[in-house]
Design a protein around this ligand. Structure first.
Ligand code: NAD
Ligand code: UGA
Length: 367
């Protein structure tokens, strides 16, 4: 296969720091950032991604381009392709897997439930089935989600809080992932670390997320919906900047114990850990919009509507004490600073479109 040639004959991945990491979802938002950061500090990285069209695949291709300039290669394939995964582990002795490939997005689960089952449940099981049989087993760090807290009313959310009331099928599949991880840890001794990300945003982000399409719609003068809860309170999210999340992912990889496997020498069970990676300060969606209005120097056409029963939860709020204790995770970017960087990227990436929007805006102002 083409990828095999590339991997065998290129410098990717080469163990420099001692890590050789398979990053699934490497053409995605968080996966592309983590791949670059790992490579930058000298680790070997190989990506896997199916380049699906959940959102504009040209953005995934652009991220792939960026990675290939840093000699990071992405194998094009699906998590559910067992023979491909087995082959990847045959060719490269991965020490770690950073598993980020998934069907993301909360509200889309109402339109295409099966895509969540396929990638987040069947695909995850397939990866674990392959990883359990590899000797020595890689340590696995995978993406869970703040959505597992569902309709919890604890504030903030801590890892030991209940997670039995998922509000969307997306959340249910992420919760299922945590149960599945527990099983593979228990039976096969796989080392597994789950990261509950909280609404991650930043440059090269996902066009299906609110901050991204709000920016687009505000620039194009289109109306946006701002949700309020059934009891007319502001909906809030613990928006977390991508660079903070990347540091958290690398910290989790660094502190992931090597699996012992069922026949390993080390005494005691391999680890199963779950951490919140959030920002610790929830912000109402209305505030997100007013920051964007300021940065874009444009007023939004706001429709405040009652949150439809679409899988969204009223608020999220992370307690990150555990991640701080175990690997020094400390978010440092507030929403205004992070959105500034996002908008800067957005304008440079969609240069022509935003220039055009600015012209329209001037026209509007003078008319
Ligand atoms: P993303 O959609 O940008 O990245 C996921 C990537 O995985 C995509 O490039 C996609 O093509 C790929 N992929 C999907 N299904 C696949 C399959 N079956 N086989 C191979 N590749 C597949 O999303 P992201 O925001 O980077 O999210 C990364 C992970 O973090 C996901 O697991 C997501 O559920 C989780 N997460 C994200 C956020 C967030 O706010 N961005 C919050 C919580 C959890
Ligand atoms: C995000 C990601 O999309 C999920 O993949 C991830 O799992 C989740 O974070 C998480 O933290 O676990 P979400 O918080 O819904 O999900 O992110 P956005 O789509 O960016 O929505 C942000 C906020 O804007 C939500 O409160 C939502 O209710 C609100 N919103 C969304 C509106 O007010 N109006 C809209 O038109 C859309």
């Amino acid at each position: 296969a083409a990828w095999e040639k590339q991997v065998r004959h290129s410098s990717t991945p080469r163990r420099v720091n001692g890590f050789s990491v398979l990053v699934t979802g490497a053409a995605g938002f968080i996966g592309s950032h983590c791949s670059l950061a790992l490579k930058k500090r000298g680790d070997g990285v190989l990506g896997l991604d199916n380049f699906n069209d959940y959102y504009d695949p040209s953005l995934k291709r652009a991220r792939q381009n960026l990675l290939s300039k840093r000699q990071i290669f992405i194998v094009e394939g699906d998590l559910n392709d067992g023979p491909l995964l087995t082959k990847l582990f045959d060719v490269v002795p991965f020490t770690h897997v950073l598993h980020l490939a998934a069907q993301a997005g909360v509200r889309y689960a109402m339109q295409n439930p099966q895509s969540y089952v396929k990638s987040n449940i069947a695909g995850f099981v397939n990866l674990l089935e392959v990883a359990k049989a590899v000797n020595p087993q890689p340590a696995i760090v995978w993406a869970s989600s703040s959505s597992v807290y569902g309709l919890n009313t604890e504030n903030p959310f801590s890892e030991h809080d209940r997670t039995d009331r998922p509000a969307s099928l997306y959340a249910a599949t992420k919760k299922a992932g945590e149960e599945i991880a527990h099983t593979y840890n228990h039976i096969y001794g796989l080392s597994l670390t789950g990261l509950r990300f909280f609404t991650v945003y930043g440059p090269w982000g996902r066009p299906d997320m609110a901050y991204f399409f709000f920016t687009k719609d505000i620039l194009q003068g289109k109306p946006i919906d701002i949700y309020r809860t059934q009891d007319q309170k502001a909906v809030a999210r613990d928006f977390t900047y991508i660079d903070d999340v990347v540091k958290g992912c690398l910290g989790a990889l660094d502190t992931a114990e090597k699996s012992t496997g069922s026949g390993g020498k080390k005494k005691g069970p391999a680890q199963l850990r779950v951490y919140n990676l959030g920002n610790t300060s929830p912000v109402p969606v209305g505030r997100l919009v007013s920051i964007l209005e300021g940065l874009l120097n444009t007023k939004a056409k706001k429709h405040v509507i009652t949150l439809p029963r679409n899988g969204d939860v009223p608020y999220t709020h992370a307690n990150v004490t555990l991640a701080y204790k175990d690997f020094g995770y400390k978010p440092t970017t507030d929403l205004a600073a992070g959105l500034r960087k996002f908008v800067k990227w957005y304008v440079s990436y969609f240069g022509i479109e935003s220039k055009r929007s600015k012209e329209t805006q001037h026209f509007d102002e003078s008319s």
